[in-house]
Design a protein around this ligand. Sequence first.
Ligand code: NCD
Ligand code: ZN
Ligand code: ZN
Ligand code: ZN
Length: 408
Amino acid sequence: MIILKKVLIPRENSWIRRDIIIENGVYSKISESIDEYDLKNGRVIQCEGLYLIPSFIDPHVHVREPGYDYKEDWDTCTRAALKGGASAIFDMPNNKIPVTDKKTIKEKGEIAFNKSYVNYGLYVALTDDNVDEIRKSGIQKAVCGIKIYMSKTTGDITVRSEYALLNIFNQTRPVLVHTGSVDGLLKILSSYEKAAKKFSSIPVLYICHVSTGDEVSILRKWKEIFPWIHVEVSPHHLFLNKENYKGLKRVLPPLCSKKDNEALWKGIDDKTIDLIGTDHAPHTVEEKKKEDPPAGFPGLETALPLLFNALKEERITLGTLLRITSVNTKTLFRIRKGTGVQENACADCTLIEEGEFFIGQNGYITKCGWSPFHGWKYTFNPVLTMVDGFIAYERGRFFRNPVKNLCI
Ligand code: NCD
Ligand code: ZN
Ligand code: ZN
Ligand code: ZN
């Protein structure tokens, strides 16, 4: 049992001060004052001046293990997640041997179960010839979603088959798409429209990492007809553009203009954009310094601090921050047990301190050891992250508790 004393919790768009008991994985009591002498065993944490939010759930992470564990592995990646205030990550399938069938899912599932510090979900990649297997073999039930690459990125698993692009919508798991271009986006939207006519029900279509005003405009219109379309944005496309960024190069989709940054913020504001995925895509500094570097930026340790900067600058409201970092993600992937800091909801939460901090000032937990935001100033810093009511991270220290696959 843990008692949090005098902690600030979100209510609408502001904060209220409460005492909280966390027991059996949930907030068992939230009230104006709880006597700490009620505590029989466990711990009282004095939280004066600290903020508590539902932890970040990151639906777009490239853990890299198995295959590329010299870039990142399940130990380093999930500890980076905790330090960044995330209690769950969903891992992409573009490993060295892509995750496309029962065997590769099982292999990764065992590694995750044995090494992860956070709850997790795993994606399977669609290929030109595994759509029937995904639908009928039980794979569907072992994954949090299906990933489609419409063009080449890290790992080449581009799907070209019209049959696959249509029939993947004849099952219930969310379908996530790396569109690669506006053409790719229009192509998948047109498959989705055909599927809507052909099948009695269709799953969520999830567009990964939008980066331009054009994509936002197209999706704003399509969402009026298909409200099950969900749109993701990554922090680097909100905060960085080709003018202001001077760090290690190359990410997909590429950084765009300041005008695109603004269009993305507007998309968040009017709910065209539903959620944040970091697209945490670690590559070593050595690889990134090469003439033709692999594409990808790490992002797990910086997403919440940056979004809190945006909250402080009044670019977004507190309600919006929570909506795009946890509420919408839980709803979309059907992770139940409550979406807020409420009695009986699951205690996946992060305590945040206020002060003056700089990205990277104490190094990085990610094995790749760098950030495109190195040196940026921030004001809100995650100091403690709980997974299912257990403290998994506290001020630089990590504790491995039982974790689970959230989506099976
Ligand atoms: C990602 C990676 O390295 O796995 N790279 C990237 O630039 N975003 C792949 C991807 O999400 O496209
Ligand atoms: Zn991608
Ligand atoms: Zn990605
Ligand atoms: Zn939980």
